[in-house]
Each structure stands twice: as structure tokens, then as C-alpha cells.
Design a binder for this molecule. Structure first.
Ligand SMILES: [Zn+2]
Length: 452
């Protein structure tokens, strides 16, 4: 009875503490601490954040030749950074900087052979190597766990995932540990068929997960199948969408099919969890306990609340391979609203898209591809799904999954819409397809700009 209350309790109260104690893992202690600190006043959390930032700046000054050199070039020392305004003088870190200097970015006294190492997915064609200590990894896991609970899920309860290329335990030991600690069933997004969805529903009935999670569009596709096939077994208590592109129309549909709210979360592989909605869904709480997050306008000055800016992050926990003022290549909107949940973690309004998803007009202005998708889907009939690929300044390809009422009119309206936005010189090609295919990582992208 893997999904029963008794099993969940056993996992939470017995297996987990036992296994963590045997492993010497500090995760439980971190997690319990984080459960407390989330309700500290915002002022107090920001003080702690600033202290952690100062500590990190001192650390890289003393122990990291890559940053020491950058600081010296910019004429700064840790002592010269006394306020958020002073931070502006620290150069921004690009993905290119990281690729060129990966090993130089490792701090003194850390041995790469002893660090956890992984490559990020590189769905924008730019994979990165990231190193961190086990302790840092445990801190991140503890934080993710706190935010997982905001969905209504409880530690020890089974989870249903809609995921591409999931990493699954291969041997008996791994499977046993999985069952003892994190029982998981999954639907592989690289191969979603009626049969696969029915199998997933049957497994759900057996394991009874309380949480359904996956990339926004994968959840949407599952919701479509569930709706079409009249499946009743998949009844999560919470739904977690970990992709940043949770389109409002898709969110509404997922919520109507499963009858529960979607919890939106934003993160990246290099830094883990960046921001997350809580049970109130009034914006995304920023993870300021682990990160220092800035929103910068085009001229690199801070965006005001409500203004869009590029997201720039300093990791306060990864001492082995520090990320200082790292340009994540996403855009978002900061907020000064307070969430009614009472947590001291400040809010951001929303992530507005990846830089790579922005299309470019002749005059150099940028258009958020996600907004174009939203506009066209709600404006024109006949389109079930749409992917925009800007090949060159004058060449836009639209991959359209037609709905039943698709017609020549739809095609004409779509072309006109893009020509109006991008100018008469643009050549719009419409290709009808059965579905929009996910990337190798299993993630979906609706808007791709190939202009470098
Ligand atoms: Zn809240």
C-alpha cells in the first residue's frame, strides 16, 4: 500500500530520519530551520541576506582568483560594497564568462574531484558545467522541500511527475530507497500517447500521489488527454508547474480539469529554486535566503516594482563555484506587494520570458514571444498550439497545430498579425504540424529566436 496514509507516515517519521541519520545528512535540520525562518519579518530576512552577501564577497576576494581579478580591474574591494547601490560596480557574469573560466571559478581549497558536478541542460544551446559541495546541494534540497509543501504535498507522500528523460533508479537498492523515501510515478513527456496516459492513470490509482508536477505545457497536454479520455483517477491535492512559461490559458485549463490550483515555480539548474508561489497564489516569493536577486533595466540600473527587468542573481550558498551577479538570461517583474500568507519572503510579479525567447524587430526592439503566443491564441480561432521560430530578421516560421475550425482565414490573419508587428519585409511561413515537439531536455519552447 505505497500510497496509504500509514506508508506516508512511516516514511516521514521512521525511514527518512533513520536513513538521513545513517548518511549523516544535514537536510532535515536545514529544512526545519527554513520552515521557521520563512515567517521572519522581511526586514530581518533582508538583513540576513545582506550578511550572507558580504560573507560571500569576502570569500571570493580571499579565495577566488577569477573574482579577485575582476574586482581589482573594477577597482573594488569587499569593503567598498556597503549598500545595494554599491553592488552596481561589480561586473555582471555572463554564461560566456562561465564557459570560458569554469575551472578558474572554483575557489581555493575546493577539489573538483570531491565536488558534485553536473552539466546544465543547455536548451538555449549553451550548456554550462556547475560544481557545488554536497552541503550546498543539501541546502538546496531542503529549500525545495519547504516550497514543495506549499503545494499541499506532505513529506513522505508519493508524487506523480510528467517529465522528459527522468532519472530513475536502476538497481534494486535504488528502487528500494526510492520506495522508502520518495515514491514516484511518472509519465515520460518524450512519449505521451493515449496508452501511456491510461497506464499513468492506473499507476496513479495504485500509488495515490498527492502531488502532480511537471513543466507547464506537459501538464497541459496531460490535462487534455485526461479531459478527452474522461479519466477520473488522477486526483492530486496540489499541482506544481516548474516551467516558467505557465501561460494563463493553459493554467486555467489545467486547473479546471483537475479541480485544484496550479502552483507556479521558477528556477534554473545553476541556482536551483529562485521563486515560487505559495498556497495563496498572489505572486512568486523570492528565495532570498539562498540568493540575492536583482532586476535590471537595459542600462543595468535597477527596475522599479512593476517594471520589467533582466534577472541577475548572486548565489549566497555556493562557495565552491561562486556565481556573483549572474545574468540568468530571463526577464521578470519585481513587486512591492505583500502576500497575505504572512511570509517575510518578498514577492516578484512574474517571469516574463527567457531572453532567448524574445524576438527582434528591425529597429532593435524586442518582443516577448510568450506574449505573442498568448495574444494569437486568444485572438484568432482555429489554432490549438503555436510555436514561433524567428530564423533571421526577415524570416519567421510559425508551426501551427490546427484546431477543428482552422481555415484559410486563420492563416491570413496570422500572417497579417506578424507582418504588422515585424514589418512588410518579413516573410511569414506557416507550417501545419500534429504537435509541438519538446526539446531534448523534455521542455517545451513556444518561441525561439535564432538571431545571435
Ligand atoms: Zn505567500
Amino acid at each position: 500500500m505505497p500510497g496509504s496514509i500509514t506508508s506516508s507516515l512511516l516514511r516521514r517519521k521512521l525511514f527518512e530520519p533513520l536513513i538521513f541519520r545513517l548518511n549523516g545528512s544535514p537536510l532535515l535540520r536545514y529544512w526545519r530551520e527554513l520552515e521557521q525562518t520563512q515567517f521572519l519579518p522581511e526586514e530581518e530576512l533582508k538583513n540576513r541576506q545582506w550578511q550572507r552577501l558580504e560573507r560571500m564577497l569576502c570569500h571570493v576576494w580571499e579565495n577566488n582568483s577569477f573574482y579577485r581579478e575582476r574586482f581589482e580591474k573594477a577597482g573594488i574591494t569587499p569593503e567598498s560594497v556597503r549598500s545595494p547601490e554599491d553592488l552596481q560596480v561589480i561586473p555582471l557574469l555572463t554564461k560566456e564568462d562561465i564557459r570560458k573560466n569554469t575551472l578558474r571559478m572554483i575557489s581555493r581549497d575546493f577539489d573538483t574531484a570531491e565536488l558534485q558536478h553536473y552539466k546544465t541542460g543547455g536548451s538555449t544551446g549553451k550548456p554550462l558545467d556547475v560544481y557545488l559541495t554536497e552541503k550546498c546541494s543539501e541546502l538546496r534540497n531542503a529549500c525545495a522541500r519547504r516550497h514543495d509543501r506549499w503545494t499541499g504535498w506532505e513529506v513522505g507522500e508519493p508524487v506523480g511527475a510528467v517529465w522528459g528523460n527522468p532519472e530513475l533508479p536502476k538497481d534494486i537498492k535504488g528502487k528500494l530507497k526510492n520506495w522508502l523515501l520518495n515514491p514516484l510515478i511518472y509519465l515520460d513527456t518524450m512519449n505521451v500517447t493515449e496508452h501511456a496516459v491510461k497506464t499513468f492513470a492506473a499507476e496513479w490509482e495504485r500509488a495515490k500521489p498527492s502531488l502532480l508536477y511537471g513543466h507547464a505545457h506537459s501538464l497541459y497536454i496531460l490535462a487534455e488527454y485526461v479531459n478527452k479520455l474522461g479519466i477520473k483517477e488522477i486526483k492530486p491535492r496540489g499541482i506544481l508547474s516548474t516551467s516558467m512559461m505557465l501561460l494563463p490559458n493553459e493554467r486555467k485549463f489545467i486547473e479546471s480539469v483537475f479541480g485544484v490550483k496550479v502552483t507556479d515555480r521558477y528556477g534554473c539548474e545553476e541556482l536551483s529554486l529562485i521563486a515560487s508561489e505559495c498556497e495563496k497564489h498572489e505572486g512568486l516569493h523570492l528565495n532570498i535566503e539562498h540568493l540575492y536577486i536583482e532586476f535590471l533595466k537595459e542600462d543595468n540600473t535597477p527596475a522599479k516594482p512593476g517594471e520589467q527587468g533582466k534577472i541577475v542573481i548572486t548565489d549566497l550558498m555556493n562557495y565552491a563555484m561562486p556565481f556573483i551577479r549572474y545574468q540568468v538570461e530571463d526577464m521578470g517583474i519585481p513587486s512591492e506587494r505583500k502576500c497575505s500568507c504572512g511570509r517575510g519572503l518578498p514577492l516578484m510579479e512574474q517571469v516574463t520570458g527567457r531572453v532567448a525567447d524574445y524576438l527582434i524587430r528591425r529597429d532593435g526592439s524586442r518582443v516577448a514571444g510568450v506574449s505573442l503566443i498568448e495574444n494569437t491564441l486568444t485572438k484568432f480561432s482555429g489554432i490549438a498550439q503555436l510555436q514561433i521560430v524567428q530564423e533571421t530578421m526577415d524570416q519567421i516560421v510559425l508551426l501551427v497545430v490546427p484546431a477543428l475550425d482552422y481555415s484559410g482565414g486563420t492563416q491570413y490573419e496570422l500572417s497579417e498579425y506578424f507582418i504588422n508587428l515585424f514589418g512588410n519585409s518579413v516573410n511569414v511561413t506557416i507550417k501545419l504540424v500534429d504537435c509541438i515537439k519538446p526539446e531534448k531536455s523534455g521542455k517545451y519552447r513556444f518561441s525561439i529566436c535564432r538571431i545571435q
